[in-house]
Design a protein around this ligand. Structure first.
Ligand code: ARG
Length: 568
């Protein structure tokens, strides 16, 4: 497909002697489309040319002539605004879609490169925190986005499957198991025990010691403790699998913390050898004060390894197993320091090349519409599966009310209910708190998942009604020169770039916003123009555009982890 930025950079490069790639990097897309399709900010050249931006813009304009690519050039202030020839734009986009089909926008910039994505990673035998919903959804989307760009994505669910929570559950289980009903849901009973234990522990410190004793038994390889641990891990995973299935999430590895238990000695040894470990108040630490960070504790004063030690062992394993081009950790903002420390220690160990390709991908909290944190109330465990089921249930009710004769209601309710939750999570930049409000996220007219699905369904409906999608050779570009069609085509043109940008910033919200824009633009087009109409040629062109929009919306939503219903 023609890269219009390249064309403009070349045009400017013919006049001033400067690197084309550098010129290209300056080109912007104006927010207001009446200011052209691309803008070149001349202040970028002011220093070099020793002239004021507006003068540079005017001089450049005098030397630039419109051609078959650029139909008009204008000066506004210090900007040079370029208008791309509309027919060429439309032809370029539609032909590319015809050629590539469902692969439209796909790229191979990641060819031969591995990107390791650590996401979801809940602590098992503990209630699934709603924060893990965010990690699961954001990580799941990044997984698909990188794949689309040609990378090999490796999804790792680094389960928190080791730690004192097992001591609590085991101690609680041994004391209270007869008080709970395990026949319905083992995991529910376990979670209740965990929550009760944590609560009673506050008044009764003996329980803390007891939990420690049980955990020690586990660490020492006691058979009974080990068996219980395996059982707990198994039922927890079975429970998560249901959620992952609903969310359409996939992991290539479930190597969690426990997996690294017997692999930490090597890392500790290596740290020792490289003279990075120092004694501090009985603990062994890597000093990081030079980098304005507290020391990274590797061995605690009681002689045990901790979270950081395991993460280092896991990171080294990821280097050896995957030789990654990037390693992403999709984990809440509160663990920022932890990851900064780990990456710095890796660098100090001599793995600078890998350390600089490690990135923590933080995100904000989940709050209700009053800004109050959800899932923080003690003893109130939020099950992710329950939230998803509730969403599906609500959609089912809406369908019953509005469109009871629909077929496959179950399937549609699932796709829309789950899609609404996913989109709500990805709609805003991830570092912001996510507002979780049922009315908002299920609003079919808002900037929501259901809205996008609704517009997709509309494109489908139009094509169904017409009964055909024309061949590209039937499409007369002149029939698509109205503002609404041109705007829509411009957005279609931007699809590949948008996905690329979403990966560069590890920000699926860029794609989510784009899908809202595209859906709204198609909706305007649909409202302003009759698609099925008297003139066959006009109809063909509009139908083709409709089908192209449907395709891109579907693909984009798929990269967010959403599924599209055919009807709703
Ligand atoms: N299990 C941790 C938690 O729930 C998240 C793990 C993130 N990944 C990692 N490699 N540390 O807080």
């Amino acid at each position: 497909m023609i890269d219009f930025k390249d064309k403009i950079a070349e045009k400017i490069g013919n006049i001033i002697n400067m690197d084309i790639q550098e010129l290209k990097s300056y080109i912007e897309i104006p927010k207001d489309s009446t200011m052209g399709d691309y803008a070149f900010p001349c202040f970028r050249l002011a220093k070099e040319l020793k002239k004021v931006p507006n003068m540079i813009a005017n001089e450049l304009k005098d030397q630039l002539a419109p051609d078959e690519v650029v139909e008009k050039i204008e000066v506004v202030g210090g900007y040079l605004n370029f208008y791309i020839a509309k027919s060429l734009l439309i032809k370029t986009v539609l032909e590319e879609i015809a050629k590539t089909g469902d692969d439209y926008g796909k790229q191979d910039i990641g060819k031969g490169k591995n990107v390791v994505i650590d996401y979801s990673s809940p602590n098992i035998a503990k209630p699934f925190h709603i924060g893990h919903l965010r990690s699961t959804v954001i990580g799941g989307s990044l997984y698909k986005i990188y794949q689309f760009l040609g990378y090999k994505s490796i999804g790792i669910n680094y389960l928190g499957d080791w730690g004192i929570q097992f001591g609590k559950v085991m101690a609680g289980y041994s004391m209270w198991k007869d008080e709970y009903d395990f026949s319905k849901s083992e995991i529910d009973a376990i979670l209740k025990i965990y929550v009760r234990y944590s609560k009673e522990e506050k008044e009764n410190p003996e329980l803390t010691d007891l939990a420690k004793k049980w955990f020690k038994k586990l660490e020492d390889g006691d058979e009974e403790a080990r068996k219980t641990w395996e059982w707990l891990r198994k039922i927890s995973l079975e429970n998560y699998e249901k959620t992952y299935k609903l969310l359409n999430c996939k992991f290539d590895s479930y190597h969690g913390e426990a997996y690294y238990n017997d692999k930490m000695d090597k890392v500790v040894e290596e740290l020792e050898q490289k003279h990075l470990l120092v004694e501090s108040e009985g603990a062994k630490v890597v000093m990081l004060d030079e980098y304005d960070m507290p020391p990274c504790i590797i061995i605690t004063s009681s002689g045990t390894t901790i979270y950081a030690t395991r993460d280092l062992a896991a990171l080294k394993d990821r280097i050896e197993s995957y030789h990654f081009a990037k390693a992403l950790y999709v984990v809440g903002n509160e663990q920022q320091l932890h990851f900064k420390q780990i990456f710095k220690v890796l660098e100090l160990m001599g793995y600078e090349e890998y350390a600089k390709n490690c990135e923590h991908i933080p995100f904000g909290l989940v709050v209700d519409k009053n800004g109050e944190k959800i899932g923080s109330r003690k003893g109130n465990s939020v099950s992710l599966e329950e939230i998803l089921q509730e969403s599906i249930e609500k959609v089912r009710k809406i369908i019953e009310e509005k469109n009871p004769q629909l077929q496959d209601k179950e399937e549609i309710a699932r796709k829309v209910g789950v899609g609404a939750i996913i989109f709500n999570d990805l709609a805003n930049s991830r570092i912001k708190d996510e507002i979780f409000d049922w009315d908002m996220l299920l609003n079919f007219n808002g900037e929501t998942g259901p809205y996008i699905q609704y517009i997709f369904v509309r494109t489908n409906g139009v094509i169904k009604k017409a009964g055909y999608v024309p061949e590209i050779k039937e499409v007369e570009i002149e029939k698509l020169l109205d503002n609404e069609a041109v705007n829509t085509v411009k957005l279609l043109y931007a699809f590949g770039e948008t996905v690329k940008l979403a990966a560069e910033k590890n920000e699926p919200s860029i794609l989510a916003r784009y899908l809202i824009d595209l859906s709204q633009s198609y909706s305007n087009f649909y409202n302003e123009h009759k698609i099925i109409c008297e003139d066959k040629k006009t109809q063909d062109a509009r139908l083709y555009l409709t089908s192209a929009c449907g395709r891109v919306i579907k693909k984009g939503a798929e990269l967010l982890g959403m599924e599209m219903p055919d009807e709703m």
